[in-house]
Design a protein around this ligand. Structure first.
Ligand SMILES: Nc1nc2c(ncn2[C@@H]2O[C@H](COP(=O)(O)OP(=O)(O)OP(=O)(O)O)[C@@H](O)[C@H]2O)c(=O)[nH]1
Ligand SMILES: [Mg+2]
Length: 282
């Protein structure tokens, strides 16, 4: 695993030839830059002897570096979990329903949020933390609804972390008995690893993405309590098997609560709103 992302170590990368059905581990050459500026290139798939031959004592340094990498990674995740627990305590103490909206880029998170806020703002208090690598575009869109919002830009980072959310709500001062919507960076992989202290992860999947996403990215759908299938107004125009999608989703997470909605026509949104009202005890 990489230090922050948790993306797979090159040693577990495989290639499957669809025609022959043969699966092989493939070479994941990568490099490390040492403190003195030297760069070590290597592959985990290399035979041990060959590895030694190529790298001589560099392999030893490299092994040490991997020990360090694992420890550092564990520490990062442990630190994140501690802050997430703090966040959870903060939300519980103020009766705030914090939801972590996760999806691939462009699935419709901000559109769903703006419509939800506009249609519920007379009944529920909603605040928003926006997460994107760059720009404040989404926060601007949320701001137009009149609700409080902060934007977190992660730069090269592909997910929000608990410490960022803590900074976000410290700035926002969400009211007691309210909802805090956290729109994570669009990415179906890494945000699954990072607990933000939320009550639930809400996975958003649009019908333009293909029905197999729940089984291709099972960790995200397993960690989510809710899945919102969006853009259902586009179903007549795309090849998307809803039944199969729901079957896949239940396969990875039998207790997943599913809503099918269109943020454009409004179809299906009332069930999502009911769920929100039921889960925030005002
Ligand atoms: N037809 C249709 N289009 C939608 C719907 N929801 C969102 N869109 C469109 O999908 C595009 C992406 O929507 P966003 O709400 O920006 O998606 P996002 O998930 O917030 O995107 P990122 O924050 O960039 O990851 C926009 O062009 C929206 O107008 C929907 O229910 N139906
Ligand atoms: Mg967005």
């Amino acid at each position: 695993m990489c230090v922050t992302c948790g993306c797979s170590d090159s040693s577990s990368v495989t290639l499957t030839n669809i025609e022959t059905g043969k699966t092989t581990a493939i070479n994941g050459h990568h490099s490390h830059t040492l403190a003195d500026g030297r760069v070590i290139n290597h592959s985990h798939e290399d035979d041990y002897q060959e590895h030694k031959h190529h790298h001589n004592n560099a392999s030893e340094i490299h092994a040490k570096m991997h020990g360090t990498t694992i420890t550092l990674e564990e520490k990062i995740l442990q630190k994140n979990d501690l802050i997430a627990a703090e966040n959870r305590g903060y939300f519980k103490g103020r009766n705030i329903l914090a939801l972590n909206l996760v999806s691939s880029p462009g699935s419709g998170k901000t559109t769903l949020l703006t419509r939800t806020i506009n249609e519920l703002k007379s009944k529920l208090k909603i605040n928003v933390i926006e997460g994107d690598q760059e720009t404040a575009n989404d926060a601007q869109r949320i701001k137009e609804t009149g609700c409080k919002v902060v934007q977190i830009n992660t730069g090269t980072g592909c997910h929000l972390e608990a410490s960022m959310v803590k900074k976000g709500y410290t700035e926002l001062h969400p009211e007691p008995n309210s909802i805090l919507m956290i729109e994570n960076v669009g990415n179906l992989v890494c945000p699954a690893l990072f607990d933000l202290g939320e009550a639930a992860k809400v996975a958003i999947l649009s019908v333009t993405e293909g029905e197999d996403k729940p089984i291709k990215y099972p960790h995200m759908f397993r960690k989510s309590k809710v899945m919102i299938l969006t853009k259902i107004d586009l179903l007549p125009h795309v090849s998307f098997n809803v039944e199969k999608c729901l079957e896949y989703a239940k396969q990875v997470n039998p207790s997943l609560q599913v809503f099918q909605v269109s943020s454009v026509t409004g179809e299906g949104l009332s069930s999502w709103y009911d769920w929100l009202e039921m889960n925030v005890s005002t």
